[in-house]
Ligand binder design. Sequence first.
Ligand code: ATP
Ligand code: MG
Length: 169
Amino acid sequence: LVNLTFEPDTLIVLVGGSGAGKSTFAAARWPATSLLCLDTYRAMATDDAADQSASTVAAAVLDLLLDARLARGLPTVIDSTALEQPWRTHLLARARYWQRPTHAILFDLPLELRRRLNAVRERVVPDHVLLDQECLVPGVDQLLAEGFDRVDRVTTAHPHYRTAAVHGR
Ligand code: ATP
Ligand code: MG
């Protein structure tokens, strides 16, 4: 899978649809203080992690912490779907401002697997959302073209993922 050796001041952006396993992947690999998660800030603003009306305030909170961490050269992981190019461009611009390396981790799982993972979670995302996200998932080449220094791809082929998936079912 992903070779997680990187410079300590790297900005890591998780990219992938709902239920692709981004938050699970991140929680297993980084300390909680490294993770900046839009859903968490939505929940803290509204008691509902899925409340999209809190996206602006959540992004503002994330931005404050992002600049604080990048300024100090601390590893920082952005946990959001990052399926919208303007959001990725914004994150890349902050990293460039602080002259930090950037690394995208692309969660490129088949829709059927995302549906399975989504079905068993506590916060089930409506199926039409999963479907709509399908065509928004960027390719590795696109992410590199946008300016990420490095892009890794997580798929079902990943042995850790397979092991975990068997465990999860
Ligand atoms: P969202 O964008 O909606 O926050 P996400 O990409 O963060 O989604 P997760 O919450 O990490 O997705 O995972 C979705 C569900 O799949 C959860 O119930 C989680 O426990 C389960 N899951 C994630 N990764 C794995 C895995 N490797 N094996 C088995 N189950 C997994
Ligand atoms: Mg998540």
